[in-house]
Design a protein around this ligand. Structure first.
Ligand code: UDX
Length: 441
């Protein structure tokens, strides 16, 4: 099928390449000329495992192309909209400027019978508002949220755990137009549909809410365990053992119970804030008032990590060499948007420490935003002469491949702060280190 993808960021670029990889003919459209030039040459504009391969393959096959020209969307049957919905500059609500601009730019190139599939994360009510503009061109708007995780984006797009289509509906059931649009989407995602991946057809509001409530739930799970870490810290309990123990209950589950410096990235923080803002607009602010607390717990963990470093170094950071292992908001990504790791590094720097920071993928992005830190590519070089080491992104390079003995041969001090509870505490202690975890004795 011929498809267009408007917006070629983390979501759109991966979606375009993944759709080409399952056999569709895809044009990716973005206003950023540099991004389009890189993608057209088959260069992934960000680090995402597997993306490079499917980009190269898609371009070589002739099925995948990129352009800044919106008119290239003409002739496609389905037009995916995957532009950003960042937090508004002056508030918590989502900024929908790019979504509106994408729809307005696309409408003149639509043909009757086309499908416009919104993938961006939007406040509930957005699809209802946009639908008349799409219908005026004889096309149908559907909302098809994306649940991809950075670092697993290609896999999550090609083989998602569920597909959701919000379609025009009446009295709780899809209209004839909505049912047809859902069938077209089933065809787009044919390999997943054929293998039995749940395909949920619903109305616009439910589809929009599925996305934000999934992210709100995940954020809540992380902040829940981080709240337990706070209690563990004043009682001498160990939050990782607690997480293991409660995680054995299948109703709870161990995943996303990783206590540490908390969540960041381009989705969870902004999505829970936008959800709160939207609920308030709807007169239901109290229903998700807990999300403010989730946000607050999350941000407190960054303070806690900074306090741990400071206390471990005797209360003063002035002229202390601190090596920060990690800058990305999570491993397998070069994304530093709202990265707790980078935030901790910047705060330590602000308190007078000499901060050296390293990361396998995110140094260039981090340097652009925070040029005041000392960036070192090589992990061992970064560790040299450190008075204290803090692990803030759980890359394998730090959690598995770095032994405490090897680290000790490079550093000056023997203080390690495990901001992700990802190190073997006993092994580090046995090698002579003073180990501090998050919510661990
Ligand atoms: C998230 C959702 O998982 C995904 O479904 C949605 O489509 C987009 O938002 P992503 O932002 O890629 O994906 O990251 P995710 O893997 O959810 O991690 C978010 C943050 O939570 C990271 O900073 C991570 O380090 C942190 N985290 C995760 C924890 O602190 N503890 C955990 O147990 C899990």
């Amino acid at each position: 099928m011929r498809l267009s993808v408007i917006g070629c960021g983390y979501l759109g670029a991966v979606h375009a390449a993944a759709m080409a990889s399952i056999g569709h003919e895809v044009v990716g459209i973005d206003v950023d000329e540099r991004k389009v030039a890189a993608l057209s040459k088959g260069e992934a504009p960000f680090f995402e495992p597997g993306l490079q391969e499917i980009l190269t393959e898609g371009i070589a096959s002739g099925r995948l192309s990129f352009t800044t020209d919106m008119s290239a969307a003409a002739g496609a049957k389905v037009h995916f909209v995957g532009v950003g919905t960042p937090q508004q500059a002056g508030g918590y609500a989502a900024d929908l400027t790019y979504v509106d601009a994408a729809i307005d730019g696309l409408v003149p190139h639509l043909a009757p019978g086309d499908i416009v599939a919104g993938k961006s994360t939007v406040p509930v009510g957005t699809a209802e508002r946009l639908a008349p503009r799409v219908s005026a061109a004889g096309a149908t708007l559907v909302w098809n949220p994306e649940f991809l995780r950075e670092g697993w984006a290609v896999q999550d797009t090609v083989d998602p755990d569920r597909l959701v289509a919000g379609v025009p509906s009446e009295d709780g059931a899809p209209t004839a137009e909505g049912a047809t649009a859902a069938d077209v989407l089933r065809e787009v995602y044919h390999p997943s549909v054929a293998k039995g991946t749940p395909f949920i057809v619903t109305d616009y509001a439910t589809a929009e809410l599925v996305k934000v409530s999934a992210n709100a739930f995940l954020a809540t799970k992380i902040s829940f365990i981080n709240a337990m870490a706070e209690i563990a810290e004043v009682t001498g309990a160990d939050v990782t053992t607690l997480a293991d123990a409660i995680g054995h209950d299948a109703r709870i589950g161990r995943r996303f119970l990783g206590a540490g410096i908390g969540f960041g990235g381009g989705c969870l923080p902004k999505d829970i804030r936008a959800f709160s803002a939207r609920a308030e607009e709807l007169g239901r602010g109290e229903s998700v008032a807990f999300l403010r607390e989730i946000d607050a717990i999350n941000l407190r963990r960054r303070d806690r990590a900074v306090d741990l470093v400071s206390t471990a170094l005797g209360g003063a950071l002035f002229k202390k060499n601190i090596t920060v292992l990690g800058a990305a908001f999570k491993p397998h990504s070069d994304d530093i948007r709202d990265s707790p790791a980078l935030d901790v590094a910047v705060r330590l720097h602000g308190l007078g420490a000499w901060v050296t920071i390293t990361d396998p993928a995110a140094i260039e992005n981090a340097r652009r935003i925070h040029p005041q830190l000392n960036y070192v590519e090589d992990r061992d070089e970064a560790l040299r002469e450190a008075d204290a080491v803090i692990v803030v992104t759980e890359w394998d390079e730090y959690r598995r491949q770095l032994t405490p003995e090897h680290a000790a041969s490079l550093t000056r001090g023997r203080i390690v702060i495990d901001g992700r509870n990802c190190l073997d505490a006993a092994a580090w202690r046995a090698a002579g280190w003073t180990y501090h975890g998050m919510g661990r004795p």
